[in-house]
Design a protein around this ligand. Structure first.
Ligand code: NDP
Length: 458
């Protein structure tokens, strides 16, 4: 049977656009549909506008610190509308690039919602098309917790349409988005409370980093409320009243729910096409990203594995090469470097101490220091922490973690070494760049402690 397309991609975010563009470049006849905005969450309501706001928030701090270096700087406060305009212009520019890239590669673009009619048929806007293969890359959506008054709370998308800075904010959640939002809003001048249900934020990250982040955020005046999950929200006289267990109450102008995201699979026609999902709505795939229908694939946040833009693009690219480029390959989900753009930022790659210690004995190297910039500025809460986790048996560096200025930038390079399987001896024979914070990663000579010895004995 002749199909209209060799490949139809549903969703124009990081994963879908990359897969469509590379497949078209390999000569496939590709259609791609996007119902909301090209570039998806990352470009429009995620990484890109968020990072612009992180930069904006930190400029205030740098302006204050300049005095210690001899500058006389006076600021007249922050202009939210001006920032919003600059941010939105950049987002629009990037979003249009995605569109152009696809057109340049020869893909057929549909600015419409697409749903599956059956295993090879897609309803896209008012058209019906067929495809030999289909890739589902519809991403995820922010979720509100199931509590009374939840509809009063905002979700992460809403940060980018707020007309002004709310003066008092409660951020609910202890993950990437909650902590980044808290630092942005505090840096731009809001009073911020974070409420999270665990004892420490950033579940899954290395414990030393989590502790150091709590200290850093507390030092800049963000109120961190551990073991606190809101039970209800109510609007009273224009304020939002947030109630949590133990009679805890906060008054705020805005409440952000940063309590996770769920795969965007509702009403997509998955059942009609015979595509299975798990209990959270994530599409079930094998190691080649095949769904329960062997010619239908799913990539990106819709499979809820490693929900990061570079992972999504890597997987989209690998799938296109496999299907149409005669280069079968898989992108690895191991040792994915990542950053949390808190202030200061976190960069990390590989295993946490707890994960590594569960597998066997490891040597732990930790250093903590005030970076040169802040020995002069005397700003509190900006100490840097760097940590290496080294396998005692192989000498391989299993994990590298950092919180401090430029952590995200530094960790990209360390990530290459860890992915290549570098040993501690390789780190040690690398000459440092002086004077930098990064050089500490290659001058850690004294073991702080060992861990996982018990795990190995068992
Ligand atoms: P996360 O899964 O990171 O965090 C969700 C947070 O909400 C956790 O602290 C979780 O607590 C808490 N939570 C969940 N349900 C409830 C509830 N009912 N009541 C109270 N608290 C709740 O999700 P995010 O939304 O922050 O981020 C989504 C994904 O986006 C991330 O996993 C990441 O992959 C990606 N991302 C990456 C960024 C980057 O690379 N810098 C930036 C932003 C997002 P608990 O831990 O106890 O379950």
């Amino acid at each position: 049977m002749a199909y209209d397309f060799d490949l139809f991609v549903i969703g124009g975010g990081s994963a879908g656009v990359r897969c469509a563009r590379i497949s078209a470049g390999h000569g496939a006849r590709v259609g791609i549909a996007e119902e909301r905005f090209w570039g998806g969450t990352c470009v429009n309501v995620g990484c890109v506008p968020k990072k612009i706001m992180v930069n904006a928030a930190e400029y205030g701090m740098w302006a204050e610190d300049a005095a210690a270096f001899g500058w006389s700087v006076t600021t007249e406060g922050h202009d939210w509308a001006k920032l919003a305009q600059a941010r939105d212009a950049e987002v629009a520019r990037l979003s249009s690039i995605y569109d152009k890239l696809l057109q340049g590669a020869g893909a057929t673009i549909f600015n419409a919602r697409a749903t599956l009619v059956d295993a090879h048929t897609i309803q896209v806007g008012d058209q019906r098309v067929t495809a030999e293969r289909i890739v589902i890359a519809t991403g995820g959506q922010a979720v509100r917790p199931d509590i009374q008054g939840a509809e009063i709370g905002l979700i992460s998308d809403d940060l980018f349409t707020l007309p002004e800075l709310p003066k008092r904010v409660v951020v609910v959640g202890g993950g990437y988005i909650a902590l980044e939002f808290a630092c942005i809003l505090k840096g731009l001048g809001a009073e911020v409370d974070v409420m999270y249900r665990a004892a420490l934020p950033l579940r899954g990250f290395d414990e030393d980093i989590r502790q150091a982040l709590v200290e850093a955020m507390t030092a800049q005046g963000i109120r961190l409320n551990a073991n606190a999950a809101p039970t209800s929200l109510a609007r009273v006289d224009g304020q939002v009243i947030v109630t949590a267990a133990d009679n805890m109450m906060r008054e705020a102008d805005a409440v952000f729910f940063c309590t996770g995201r769920k795969p965007y699979t509702a009403k997509l026609g998955l059942e009609a096409a015979g595509v299975a999902v798990d209990k959270d709505g994530a599409i079930i795939v094998d190691d080649d990203h095949r769904t329960s229908q062997p010619h239908i694939y799913a990539i990106g946040d819709v499979i809820d594995r490693v929900n990061l833009t570079p992972m999504a693009t890597a997987v989209g690219h690998a799938l296109a090469d496999t299907l149409f480029g005669n280069k079968p390959r898989r992108a690895s989900y191991r040792n994915v470097p990542t950053a949390v753009f808190t202030s200061p930022p976190i960069g990390t790659v590989g295993l946490s101490e707890a994960e590594a210690a569960a597998e066997g004995p490891v040597d732990i190297y930790v250093t903590r220091f005030t970076p040169m910039r802040h020995t002069i500025s005397r700003r509190q809460g900006r100490r840097t922490l760097m940590k290496l986790i080294v396998c005692q048996r192989t000498d391989k560096v299993l994990g590298a973690h950092m919180i401090g200025e430029d952590a995200a930038e530094i960790m990209q390079g360390i990530g290459i070494a860890v992915v290549m399987g570098a040993t501690k001896a390789d780190f040690d024979r690398t000459i440092g760049i002086h004077p930098t914070a990064a050089e500490e990663f290659v001058t850690l000579r004294t073991r702080t402690r060992e861990a996982g010895v018990k795990a190995a004995a068992e």
